[in-house]
Design a protein around this ligand. Structure first.
Ligand SMILES: NC(=O)c1ccc[n+]([C@@H]2O[C@H](COP(=O)([O-])OP(=O)(O)OC[C@H]3O[C@@H](n4cnc5c(N)ncnc54)[C@H](O)[C@@H]3O)[C@@H](O)[C@H]2O)c1
Length: 375
């Protein structure tokens, strides 16, 4: 039987950043997982924090500074915008709190490294989204791979292509500025899933382009505003994994339509289709050597709905038992470095060798209840 994490007292969580994505974190961390409870929430806009506190029955809504002083909070969950990820995480670490941050870890690679060093120096933990790789879809793929259903991994192909966000997002400019682009926007989902499936990356290379130097917003309220594009919008990357498998990852805001899969893994004895890594469930398919068609494989693991925050519950469990949490700082820094690596390789016209290593996260056990992770 799987050992569950049932501490006497749930970990005290403080949420900083009460915007769009925060609702699901409040729901899962305050009302669902047994080992977490949200003690306070904060935002630069105090009214937003008050509204979320009222909506989810959280006791304190306050400023980020007040939240950091709360001695009962052990994990600060940082759901601010990417440009504030570094400063809010650093504030948390300096206040003696563990930090868990939405993706990406930070905008600059150096900031991500600083956060890791600051945490290590204080004996604290850093963790980060995406935690979709803990979902039933990708955990099922992981189990099939580890059990050898497609043999030794040879290659992977991953595609995230579309035409950008200016036709629907109310304020899409940041997608076309430094820290934006399709790689920094969506790459974390794809790369985290790939590292969970195939292990750490040895080196990357890539080519990039800007196809449309200007974009015109067609959504409201900024209809007609022209954005000058300052970051690559089509990035074709090649990934050498330490295990020897070779990955191809294309992320694009320059493609109107396509018929490529999200992720496929090719092995010496068959192929596997991995569900969309921006979700927790989805359909897993396998076609082994000699089979006449693909077979759908039923999911072996739970957490297949909107499970955002399961990575935080996993960190809380790790703090109690001493085990490494799966959505770890090493992993999120490794992914951040790879995203920068594609761009650096394209500029310098050579491979980029990874400096920051990470461990492949441990798989989740099967049979967990919907409100707890393993100890
Ligand atoms: N919205 C989504 O669907 C989605 C999905 C996955 C991941 N994310 C990630 O989640 C994060 C938040 O996204 P969002 O869509 O909720 O953004 P949002 O703009 O709706 O909310 C961000 C909130 O953070 C607050 N904030 C900004 N800087 C702050 C600071 N220094 N201190 C305290 N509060 C601060 C803002 O006032 C705002 O309320 C981003 O990193 C994004 O990449 C969002």
């Amino acid at each position: 039987m799987t050992a569950l994490s049932l501490p006497k007292q749930p970990a005290g969580i403080g949420i900083v950043g009460c915007g769009n994505i925060s609702s699901i974190y409040f729901r899962n961390l305050h009302q669902r997982f047994r080992n977490t409870t949200v003690l306070a929430c904060a935002d630069l806009d105090l009214e937003r924090a008050k509204a979320r506190a009222e909506e989810f029955g959280v006791q304190h809504a306050c400023t980020p500074e007040e939240l950091m002083k709360n001695p009962d909070i052990s994990i600060v969950v940082n759901l601010t915008i990417p440009n504030a990820h570094y400063s809010v995480c650093m504030q948390a670490l300096q206040a003696g709190k563990n930090a868990y941050v939405e993706k990406p870890l930070s905008v600059d690679l150096e900031q991500g490294e600083e956060l890791q060093n600051a945490a290590a120096a204080r004996g604290l933990r850093v963790g980060g989204a995406p935690d979709t790789f803990l979902g039933g879809g990708i955990q099922t793929c992981r189990k099939l791979l580890d059990e050898g259903w497609i043999g030794e991994p040879v290659a992977a192909a991953a595609f995230m292509m579309g035409h950008g966000h200016e036709s629907w997002h109310p304020d899409p400019e940041f997608y076309y500025k430094k820290g934006g682009g399709p790689m920094f926007d969506m790459g974390p989902y794809y790369l985290t899933a790939l590292v969970n499936l195939l292990g750490p990356i040895k080196r990357v290379t890539g080519s990039t382009r800007v196809t449309f130097p200007e974009r015109t917003i067609t959504s409201k309220p900024k209809y007609g505003t022209v954005i000058s594009v300052d970051t690559p919008t089509h990035i074709a990357g090649v990934i050498d994994f330490e295990c020897g498998a070779i990955g191809t990852l294309v992320t694009s805001f320059d493609v109107w339509s396509h018929s490529m899969p999200c992720i496929e893994i090719y092995g010496t004895e068959g192929s596997m289709r991995v569900p969309d890594p921006n979700g927790f469930g989805g359909q897993v398919m396998i076609r082994r050597a000699g089979a006449s068609d693909w077979s759908v494989i039923p999911l072996t693991h739970g957490f297949a709905e909107n499970e955002r925050g399961v990575g935080v519950a996993d960190m809380a469990a790790g703090l109690v038992s001493g085990r490494l949490h799966r959505a770890s700082g090493d992993l999120t820094l490794h992914v951040l470095e790879a995203m920068h690596g594609f761009h650096i390789a394209a500029r310098e016209e050579k491979h980029y060798a990874m400096k920051n290593q990470c461990r492949r996260p441990a798989p989740l056990p099967m049979g967990l209840p919907s409100n707890a992770v393993d100890a």
